[in-house]
Design a protein around this ligand. Sequence first.
Ligand SMILES: Nc1ncnc2c1ncn2[C@@H]1O[C@H](COP(=O)(O)OP(=O)(O)O)[C@@H](O)[C@H]1O
Ligand SMILES: N[C@@H](CCC(=O)OP(=O)(O)O)C(=O)O
Length: 370
Amino acid sequence: MSTSENPTVRAEIASARSVVVKIGSSALTDIDSGLDLDRLDRLADALEARMAAGSDVIVVSSGAIGAGIAPLGLKRRPTDLATKQAAASVGQLALAHAWGTSFARHGRTVGQVLLTAHDISMRAQHANAQRTLDRLRSLGAVAVVNENDTVATDEIRFGDNDRLAALVAHLAGADALFLLSDVDGLYDGDPRKGDARLIPEVAGPADLDGVIAGSGGALGTGGMASKLSAARLAADAGVPVLLAAAADAGAALGDATVGTAFAARPTRMSARRFWVRHAAETRGRIVVDDGAAVAISRRKSLLPAGVLDAHGRFSAGDVVDVVDSGGAIRARGVIAYDVDEVGEMVGKSTGDLPPGLRRPVVHADDLVGV
Ligand SMILES: Nc1ncnc2c1ncn2[C@@H]1O[C@H](COP(=O)(O)OP(=O)(O)O)[C@@H](O)[C@H]1O
Ligand SMILES: N[C@@H](CCC(=O)OP(=O)(O)O)C(=O)O
């Protein structure tokens, strides 16, 4: 640990009562030989030790696609959706069985929980998933979560399990998130491409200046970029993150002295703002002029006069992206009007609009910067 580190972040992670532990494909599977059962046993041992020390644990396990490659006679990780889904359907069965067998050595029962992004974005499904996770926990069973790959489509996929794990940490009210991979922490550049320095702690976004987050291995999905965006998502939810090697699971889950520790935001984002920013599905896009882009960056409401264009099929109450005239997403927010009403505002100043269309398009309380 470097002397410049804030020891409280690692102490918080080490003593967290409720934790989510995500394990990447690259740490669990091999293209030729499939699942690494010894690795799973060692992980189950480390997870069991954490539970014996008093923590509740939820596992987010990747590896379904990786585990389906060898049984289907494929030579590499598939890239098209149908073959990925076929591999996941074969591999998920093996993966869940392997976790069940590893934990059974400790007399522990596991439950499989498969989720899609859509489930997390819809309040009813969200609440049901929350209840299932809670009840498994109170019954002493370990939830093993993965994306429901066989029904998720390219448009609605979480994209990677790092994000899924951060959303589950939020959903479950966890106190810490572990991202266990084949790399022993965050480096300032891709460690496979030469000299790179390990970054022991990320206190805030400024510590990521100059860091190059590269792609993943042959089995991983999102690479380091997806881990950084998951760490940001967790930080917004008030959850500190430890990124470490799965091979160091004992030390990571024991006293959190290895890997890279990411501090949470000093004040947790409200549940509503978190949902707008990270969980809700967007239904459209509002293009705004430069003045409005500056105003929303200063946490002001988006007013009708700043709207240049609207795209999508949204209704009042939906979440939309707010983009500037160059196409960059500046914020997400809950829109106060239907798409036709927003269309009527384009090119008009507030005084030219009927009274019913003069309220903010997105109120500042419902607008979250991206
Ligand atoms: N800046 C970086 N720091 C650490 N690892 C990096 C970085 N850039 C790219 N990587 C690569 O990201 C990989 C981990 O991502 P990925 O393969 O998606 O893992 P997982 O399967 O655990 O989700 C590592 O093998 C590493 O080589
Ligand atoms: N649901 C997919 C997860 C893919 C994924 O995100 O993998 P990884 O980048 O290794 O966490 C699977 O189980 O193969």
